[in-house]
Design a protein around this ligand. Structure first.
Ligand code: GLV
Ligand code: MN
Ligand code: MN
Length: 421
């Protein structure tokens, strides 16, 4: 029996309710925090899997905990279009970063199913298990596994409880051995591309008074881990002139990071995490570990900034008689979005009477890792005040309706193209 097609308004309203609902699955009762391979992630995977099955999709969970739903195309042997985003969050997160992209893709499949419509390609929705890299300071675990670019050395990284990534994957029901094989899930020839809807996470669309934008490129980023190693000692007895205070070295470095990034247009650099040891009011800090995140749209500028910061850290360490450990954890290049897919997205915007606007992305997205496998495209959705990575993250249902309409158009245009192949 044919089920009447829900209005876009009803579909968007359900999507908003689902975002609210999934935000209740957290590792903390007071805030939304859902890290890779956590119990909260297991619960959310279970719920989304159920929604996928109800939308006529076959569902599987892969070796790393990604949830993957497949909606078949009109014929066997059809190519596949990948849609997705992530279900993990940062600490004290908002409800939409990542989750919106998964649920918007699902909403589009649900509408196809209601229409009993198949496209000349299969759709797979990828709900990635880790994009933020919160638990192991290693981002894109989910999408790298799919693209076959996961670096197996990361399996030995430990979380705050000294649990290795490998152990966490096993406890989640995954299989590190499969990851070690490092095989991409598809041959690129079988794919049409990867498309990700995501909130903008910045204020530009709000300023322009536009609901959506096509992403032009995603900035490259470097993630580093630094350690300043000084000499812990008694806060009351060691004279100032005889100290090797690791925190003072780190403090000087952090301010230099700010100054260097501020001096270069488009460069952003952040020290977001600091661990001070032994960490007592009456002990001179002997060891400080800090994270460093450096981004720019031009890889050359980001890489030069990292080199400059390394030299500066060495100089500061020498001046303060502390030693330095400098370790690059992860780096990703700037990823341009696919001109072929952008072309179709542009047509889709025109067809639904929306202004065409391009935006670069300063935030990292699963599309970065997926670009090693296939061409990628992204659509940004306006978010209130540009606020993200914060519980105040908010989107408007009316904008969601537009994003869904654009995506439906995009799928139809890709279907026409696929039929002409
Ligand atoms: C992901 O949200 C990132 O850009 O760090
Ligand atoms: Mn994020
Ligand atoms: Mn995200």
């Amino acid at each position: 029996m044919r089920v009447p097609l829900s209005t876009l308004e009803a579909t968007a309203s359900v999507l908003m309710e689902r975002c609210d609902m999934l935000a209740r699955y957290s590792e903390s009762p007071y805030q939304l925090t859902r890290r890779f391979a956590s119990t909260a992630m297991q619960q959310v995977n279970g719920i989304v899997a159920q929604w996928m099955r109800s939308a006529g999709m076959t569902v599987r969970t892969d070796a790393v905990g990604n949830l993957i739903g497949r909606y078949e195309g009109t014929h066997s042997g059809a190519r596949t279009l990948l849609l997705g985003s992530h279900l993990d969050t940062v600490i004290d997160a908002g409800k939409y970063d990542g989750i919106f992209g998964v649920l918007a893709a699902l909403a589009c499949v649900e509408r196809l199913q209601q229409e009993q419509r198949r496209l000349p390609f299969a759709i797979e929705i990828l709900a990635f298990a880790d994009e933020e890299g919160l638990r192991y300071n290693y981002a894109y675990i989910g999408s790298k596994a799919v693209a076959g670019t996961f670096d197996c050395r990361a399996l030995t990284l430990t979380d705050a409880n000294n649990l290795t990534m490998s152990e966490a994957i096993c406890a989640f029901g995954g299989d590190p051995a499969i990851l070690r094989q490092g095989r991409p899930y598809w041959s690129p020839a079988d794919l049409i591309g990867y498309y990700e809807l995501h909130i903008e996470q910045g204020p530009v669309l709000e300023v322009l008074d536009l609901p959506v934008a096509i992403v032009s490129a995603i900035s490259g980023q470097s993630r580093l881990r630094l350690e300043f190693l000084g000499q812990a000692g008694h806060a009351g007895t060691v004279p100032m002139s005889l100290r090797s205070d690791a925190l003072c070295a780190a403090a000087e470095f952090i301010l230099a990071v700010e100054a260097i990034a501020s001096a270069e247009s488009g460069l952003v650099a952040t020290v977001g995490k600091l661990t001070v040891q032994p960490g007592a009011p009456n002990v001179i800090p002997g060891q400080v570990t800090l994270s460093l995140d450096v981004r720019h749209q031009e890889d050359r500028i980001r890489e030069q900034a990292c080199r400059d910061l390394h030299i500066l850290a060495l100089e500061l360490a020498e001046q303060r008689n502390v030693s330095l450990v400098w370790e690059e954890i992860q780096a990703s290049r700037t990823v341009p979005c696919s001109p072929r897919l952008i072309d179709q997205l542009q047509k889709a915007l025109v067809n639904v009477n929306q202004t065409i606007q391009f935006l670069p992305s300063g935030a990292g997205h699963d599309a970065v890792a997926m670009s090693d496998l296939t061409e990628v495209a992204m659509l940004f959705l306006r978010c209130r005040g540009g606020i993200s990575h914060h519980p105040d993250e908010m989107i408007k249902q009316a904008d969601v309706e537009i994003a869904l309409e654009v995506t439906e158009q995009f799928l139809s245009l890709l279907a026409e193209q696929e039929e002409c192949r």
